[in-house]
Design a binder for this molecule. Structure first.
Ligand code: UDP
Length: 236
């Protein structure tokens, strides 16, 4: 039995990349979609905000001398490519998904329209939000906090490569341990980087909890949705 009726899953571009250096790894995306399908078929309404870091990041473009806003628009377009790839993989797995873009790209995806997104969710369709917030200088984590708040999700599920939030970097400090849960205030006090500051502040203000977990761990997404012991819960 699922603990949530509606969730917002944040998938980073890196998650689609697997162990590759760049782009989209088909095997990885297919296995991820299998996990997502299991959750959706259990009756949980799911919206996804997809990142773009596996293709292009505005910060990198900016550092290389590009105009930052232009680079960020490129980053948003990268999320759109990932969104289409994810939708395609879902179709092959028998899931119905709709991509809604925060930037107008009418030939490839419909624009973000909140009531339409809500209707799709009620119909059991997966809604993939692409192009972030549609604004440069933001991230897809912030888009996740924003869309999660807009659609009334009960939780933001932040899928990462690590299985939760640790007291210190586990690669550098072998004695570090993972938090089962931590409050927003404590995460700030301890300077733990859960999400970027804008995203984190929005979740806290909107009283939207965050669960950080590994998308590469078999069955983890389902356990998270069931409210079982998995990953780290950031609560109020
Ligand atoms: N981006 C943006 N505004 C947004 C969301 C994303 O400008 O609202 C751009 C930004 O350049 C970012 C890139 O899109 O680097 C890809 O998004 P992000 O880095 O959040 O992807 P992830 O780290 O999740 O793969």
């Amino acid at each position: 039995m699922a603990a949530y009726k509606r969730v917002l899953l944040k998938l980073s571009g890196e998650a689609l990349m697997g162990d590759d250096a760049y782009g989209i790894n088909r095997t990885v995306i297919e296995s991820m979609v299998r996990d997502i399908a299991e959750v959706v078929r259990s009756g949980v309404e799911m919206a996804i905000v997809i990142g773009g870091g596996n293709i292009f990041r505005g910060v990198a473009g900016g550092a290389a001398g590009m105009d930052r806003a232009t680079a960020d628009y490129m980053g948003m377009l990268a999320t759109l490519m990932n969104g289409l790839a994810l939708q395609d993989a879902m179709k092959h797995a028998g899931l119905v998904a709709r991509v809604q873009s925060a930037l107008r790209v009418d030939q490839v995806a419909e624009p973000y329209i909140r009531p339409k997104a809500l209707r799709y969710l009620e119909e059991g369709k997966v809604v993939i939000f692409a192009a972030g917030t549609g604004n440069p200088f933001f991230t897809t984590d912030t888009a996740a906090a924003l869309r999660g708040s807009e659609i009334g999700a009960e939780i933001v599920l932040k899928a990462t490569k690590v299985d939760g939030i640790y007291t210190a970097d586990p690669k550098k400090d072998p004695s570090s341990t993972m938090y089962a849960k931590i409050s927003f205030d404590e995460a700030i006090a301890r300077n733990l980087q859960v999400m970027d500051a804008t995203a984190f502040a929005l979740c806290r203000d909107q009283r939207l909890p965050i669960k950080v977990f590994s998308i590469f761990k078999q069955g983890a997404l389902m356990r998270v949705v069931r409210g079982e012991d998995e990953g780290t819960l950031v609560h109020l």
